[in-house]
Design a protein. Structure first.
Length: 294
């Protein structure tokens, strides 16, 4: 994704995480204030105030740093896996080419072809069904790029190749760095040098490559400009996520407490006496026994 959009998503996700843990942050803040109030002289003279506040800020950052973890944030995974390709001379990368339903992670113009790239981070080995879905996603991305070139009257300008980049601990073992699945290239994101030579042969002129890249960039920029006009400001969206998250957490907490009170205050029925005769029955039985003795 583009850097600005990746940062926007990260900020919104961080706001959601902070809203879920707002009580923890409130307690930490109260502890800091209590420590500073308890020993003001020592804290102010020896600079402990800054230290304590710094520790508090560090804890907050650490609790939210998972938003930049490629295992939990697909946007970060996409950018990391394409980093080596951006440094190759003659290769041009356009991130997040937007379409009506799904975006294409990356479109890479190489000397040999245009690559429609989908990226996936696998923390654990993927099942066969998941791999098939990922390969199908890459093929759909290539189809969309072909439609885009047709709309731009560049249908025969370049060959469009679907590429699936998988990396992480669960990435499949690719001895040569790549594998062809019915025209879809499954490649190793951790070692791009093993497969980049497949698309290094010069088949497109420099002018053609520049024109293709410029069209992809312009299309992505136009969509980004449209989103900037339509989407709310980042500050407003972050505050809305914070308020919404805090309200949801408080409502869930109140619901749990109400349920616990209901269980506590519900009357417990007394156990029914089984096989214990009433007092009247005992008296009647005694009278009958006396009469029979007479």
């Amino acid at each position: 994704m583009p850097k600005a959009q990746t940062g926007r998503i990260a900020c919104i996700n961080a706001a959601r995480g902070a809203a879920r843990r707002w009580r923890t942050y409130l307690v930490l803040g109260a502890v800091v204030i209590a420590v500073i109030a308890a020993v003001p002289a020592v804290a102010l003279q020896q600079g402990y105030t800054g230290l304590v506040l710094g520790v508090l800020a560090m804890l907050v950052v650490i609790s939210l740093v998972a938003q930049g973890n490629p295992a939990t944030d697909p946007a970060v995974a996409e950018r990391w896996s394409l980093a080596p390709l951006r440094k190759v001379r003659g290769w041009s990368v356009t991130d997040n080419l937007p379409f009506e339903r799904d975006d294409i992670d990356h479109v890479v113009v190489t000397p040999a072809a245009v690559l429609a790239v989908e990226t996936r981070y696998h923390a654990t080995p993927a099942a066969a069904d998941r791999l098939r879905r990922d390969l199908a996603s890459a093929e759909r991305a290539a189809h969309k790029v072909r439609l885009f070139l047709r709309a731009e009257r560049l249908r025969d300008a370049a060959v469009v190749v679907p590429v699936l980049i998988v990396w992480g601990p669960g990435a499949p073992d690719l001895a040569d760095g790549h594998r062809n699945y019915d025209g879809v290239h499954l490649v190793d994101g951790s070692h791009p040098e093993r497969w980049m030579d497949l698309f290094s042969a010069t088949k497109l002129t420099t002018a053609t490559r520049r024109d293709l890249h410029a069209r992809f960039q312009r299309f992505a920029a136009d969509r980004a400009g449209y989103d900037a006009r339509v989407l709310p400001s980042l500050r407003a969206e972050v505050w809305r996520e914070l308020r919404s998250g805090i309200a949801t957490e408080r409502a869930q907490r109140a619901s749990r407490h109400a349920g616990a009170r209901t269980l506590t205050l519900s009357p417990v029925p007394a156990p029914a006496a089984v096989g214990v005769p009433s007092t009247a029955a005992v008296v009647a039985g005694t009278t009958q026994a006396k009469r029979s003795q007479r």
